[in-house]
Design a protein around this ligand. Structure first.
Ligand SMILES: *Cc1c(COP(=O)(O)O)cnc(C)c1O
Length: 459
């Protein structure tokens, strides 16, 4: 391979071939393809290798072993696909190789972030003057939002946590729901709050926090709510709890990794009523906005609190006229994530984002309908994009999931819901069509009926 152009075209072609082949491919690689990854594993050569050869092997051994979440039949975890325009922006941004940390290292990346931030706030229905940091995903976004909370509540107590740490600091109470994702808990442990030193708020059968059973809130309390339970999709009663928290001076953080996108849809937004009353929010872009990994945003009502928590010399920085990207994130050097966010939002428009969200929810409802009609149990109220299914006993459900994964029409994982082993269907990809849902639901029903009959005859 002689020129850079040839090399990049070669790589692009491999990517295109991969994406075009996706619909025909199993959504999870065959065991043989994973075995073949050993071709990538050898002693580091002493001598250089031709870059064309490097990319050839990467594509040849790598592509067949890639998990097919860019296709329409992957419903595992909560994982979005990638809009073609976002992949294209990602490739272009890769070529630019911008350091998005500072305005001076990349006016381009800074501008894209500024614009994308404004668009995101508008689409998500959040205060237009909020601060936005572009991070790797919801876990870092939770970390940043909770760091801003820690800063603000301790500052109010006359304590500078960035300078003094938590040694001898006034105690901050943290409340999370019984069904909180592990992600904010990890963030709390990183922040020195401890993942087990939290008060757990009781929940209802969908996993939503019960406002009538909330532990007491005060101005030294952070309450972490959830928009989009990772299993059921349930959304905490945001309005009611935000109002209670506001009256008592508590800080509300919303982990809205995927569920916050519901606010972009006029059909769904009522489920998130009051979401704009919180103090900070975490959302993924790589889930429901369907941009490539890794991408998420932290949003903070008062940008100063986020800046103070993230800045190197924190409280001493005077308010800046201009947005310096690094001042809103833990990193200094980082890639230009704004490019994909900007491209995806521009291409979709407000109605396109709403339509993407609605479509996924419609597909989830169709899954639920078809599975129920076939006699299987759907355990959650399917108000968003998540469906929890039991095919009977835990043992049978486990076997159906294993057989379904082996058969390869689609890929769903398992989870535990209210003590039961269930299959989780998460419809988070732009690429899923109604036909995909029909075909995949049929495969689920076919396999489940077969497994059930095996069981009856005593296999
Ligand atoms: C996915 C998810 C997270 C973690 O997001 P990452 O992007 O993996 O860091 C946190 N909270 C909820 C509710 C999620 O669904």
């Amino acid at each position: 391979m002689k020129t850079t152009k040839e090399l990049l075209e070669f790589a692009a072609l491999q990517g295109i071939t991969y994406l075009e082949g996706q619909p025909a491919r199993r959504p999870f690689p065959a065991p043989a393809a994973i075995q073949e990854l050993s071709r990538l594993d050898f002693r580091l050569p002493e001598q250089p290798t031709d870059p064309g050869e490097v990319i050839r092997l990467l594509g040849e051994a790598g592509s067949p072993a890639a998990v097919g979440n860019t296709g329409g039949r992957y419903f595992g975890f909560v994982i979005g696909g990638s809009l073609p325009v976002a992949v294209a922006a990602n490739w272009l941004a890769g070529a630019w190789d911008q350091n998005a940390g500072l305005k001076v290292t990349s006016p381009l990346a800074a501008k894209l972030e500024e614009v994308a931030a404004q668009w995101l706030l508008e689409v998500l229905g959040l205060p237009s003057r909020a601060g936005v940091g572009f991070v790797t995903g919801a876990t870092m976004a939770n970390f940043c939002g909770l760091a801003a909370a820690r800063h603000a509540l301790l500052k109010r107590q006359g304590w500078n946590v960035e300078a003094q740490g938590l040694y001898g600091a006034p105690e901050i109470k943290v409340v999370v729901g019984e069904e909180a994702h592990v992600s904010p808990l990890k963030a709390l442990s990183l922040l020195g709050f401890g993942s087990e030193r939290v008060a757990r708020a009781p929940i209802n059968s969908e996993g939503e926090i019960r406002p009538d059973q909330l532990p007491p809130l005060d101005d030294r309390t952070i309450i972490c709510l959830q928009a989009g339970n990772v299993n059921s999709g349930a959304i905490d009663p945001l309005y009611e709890i935000c109002r209670m928290a506001q009256a008592r001076g508590a800080w509300v953080h919303i982990d809205g990794a995927f569920g916050l996108w519901g606010a972009a849809s006029p059909r769904i937004a009522h489920q998130l009523k009051g979401h704009d009353l919180a103090d900070s929010w975490a959302a993924d872009l790589h889930k429901w906005l369907n941009v490539p990994y890794d991408s998420g945003v932290v949003i903070c009502r008062d940008p100063q609190n986020l800046r103070a928590a993230m800045s190197i010399n924190a409280a001493y920085i005077p308010p800046q006229e201009e947005r310096e990207p690094y001042a809103f994130t833990p990193e200094m050097s980082r890639r230009a994530r704004g490019a994909e966010a900007w491209a995806a939002l521009y291409a979709l428009g407000k109605s396109g984002v709403a339509e993407l969200v609605d479509r996924c929810c419609r597909h989830a409802a169709l899954f639920a309908k078809k599975l129920k009609r076939a006699g299987f149990e759907v355990l959650n109220e399917v108000n968003l994009n998540q469906v929890l299914v039991s095919f009977g006993s835990d043992e049978l459900t486990r076997r159906v999931i294993a057989e379904l994964q082996k058969e390869g029409t689609c890929w769903c994982g398992s989870t535990t819901w209210q003590g039961r082993h269930v299959m989780r269907i998460s419809v988070s990809s732009w690429a899923t069509t109604e036909e995909d849902v029909e075909i995949c639901a049929d495969a689920m029903v076919r396999i489940a009926k077969r497994e059930k009959s095996f069981k009856l005859v005593g296999y």
